[in-house]
Design a binder for this molecule. Structure first.
Ligand SMILES: *Cc1c(COP(=O)(O)O)cnc(C)c1O
Length: 395
């Protein structure tokens, strides 16, 4: 049985959920309505724009307080944060690291920066992230726990870590994944780049893994222009993360010396100033984004052939990028819908091309990816800016 599918009904529902009189909208636009101007101006007025200044320390403290982790380290972007998370988790050249096939390219790129090989696994319809049951079953056949750790039976390489992504802001089932990691002696690293403000069973995302990465790119829920952070509950790891991202300089009154190969990944003070102001607005952004998501949910309730993706029951999501899923029978309408909405000024786009389809990852090991492939063919991201959830003017 295939219900009639009407692309115009989808367009009407989309318009109905958005504020009236809107002439066009991006997918996710930043909003600067708080202390951004004031804090950035303070950097310019005092001359503290770069590697020294009070906002980096404050942003790190504010992030730790908000997420409930012991230590946050601000860095230049989310990809650099992931790179350091992997490096400090002992990922070495020749290792494999488990990554979802459905993710932004940075997750897999960071693995490659360590000389390691991404190994792609499937997604779950419930969370859009790694399917923990399917992953655990797959490892039973594909890997073997030895004295050297978890080893891929086929390639002979050590599988060192797993990097789940909280896709589009929706928390993955991290407890179930954590159990699989324990069984197979894998380090759990959370790619929480999209999930600042998302909670799993009351805990902020990024709080369960040994170490986690956030992003403050221009399209994320809060932005520092470009930026990211490393989160960890391990004090020693936190200290090391700060050290290695700040050129591994040995503290001294005037001598300039370094005790290892470090990275210049420190977030500049002027970006941190923007971040401090944005973080003050985060609760408001989340409230507005959840209002928008609820409007979408209601608007698409009666539209056949599509469904609006809602948070898993164990989660409270930030709804970073809203997701529309076409029924299997209507996957063929995806591109037409994307064309149609963009033509009327409503930014939409498909999910990322699956990682193993990209030329540089074409030869990487992978599990069965049938769910990720189905999601890729059926998923459309729809306008998600916080401002779209503000009170609508009375008609
Ligand atoms: C944005 C993003 C990153 C990388 O963040 P940048 O700050 O752009 O480097 C990593 N992983 C995921 C899933 C992302 O969405």
């Amino acid at each position: 049985m295939t219900a009639a599918f009407d692309e115009n009904a989808v367009l009407t529902a989309l318009k109905g959920a958005l504020p009236a009189g809107l002439s066009s909208t991006g997918l996710h636009e930043p909003r600067f309505s708080g202390n951004e101007w004031k804090y950035v101006k303070e950097c310019l007025d005092t001359g503290w724009v770069s590697s020294v200044g009070r906002f980096v320390d404050r942003l790190e403290a504010d992030l730790a307080a908000y997420t409930g982790v012991r230590r946050a380290v601000a860095v230049v972007n989310g990809t650099a944060a992931l790179h350091i998370c992997l490096k400090l988790s002992g990922v070495e050249p020749g290792d494999e690291v488990i990554v979802p096939a459905l993710t932004f390219v940075a997750t897999a790129n960071a693995v490659t920066y360590c000389g390691a090989v991404p190994h792609f696994v499937d997604s779950d319809y419930l969370t859009l992230g790694i399917d923990p049951l399917k992953f655990g079953d797959y490892l039973k056949g594909a890997a073997q726990v030895t004295d050297a750790g978890c080893v891929n039976r086929k390639t002979g390489r050590r599988i060192r870590a797993v990097v789940p992504v909280h896709t589009f802001g929706h928390p993955v089932d991290i407890d179930a994944l954590s159990e699989v990691c324990g069984r197979f002696r894998l380090v759990l690293i959370e790619d929480a780049a999209e999930s600042l403000g998302s909670f799993y069973k009351g805990r902020h995302t990024g709080n369960v893994g040994r170490i986690s990465a956030l992003s403050f790119n221009g399209n994320k829920i809060v932005t520092t222009g470009g930026g990211g952070a490393i989160l960890t509950n391990d004090d020693e790891l936190g200290r090391l993360a700060k050290h290695i991202t700040t050129t591994a300089r040995v503290p001294h009154k005037w001598a300039i010396s370094h005790d290892m190969v470090g990275y210049n990944y420190r977030m500049p003070n002027i970006n941190a100033a923007l971040g401090c102001a944005q973080l003050e607005s985060l609760p408001d952004f989340i409230e507005k984004k959840r209002i928008l998501a609820e409007r979408y949910r209601l608007a698409f309730e009666g539209v056949s052939g599509v469904s609006f993706f809602t948070e898993p029951e164990f989660a409270r999501s930030n709804y970073w990028l809203n997701v529309l899923l076409l029924d299997k029978a209507h996957a063929g309408s995806r591109d037409a819908l994307i064309e149609m909405t963009n033509a009327v000024g409503m930014a939409t786009r498909p999910a990322w091309t699956l990682m193993p389809r990209l030329p540089m990852f074409a030869d990487c090991p992978r599990a069965d990816l049938s769910t990720a492939e189905a999601l890729e063919s059926r998923l459309i991201n729809i306008p998600s800016s916080a401002i779209l959830g503000e009170e609508r003017a009375q008609a």
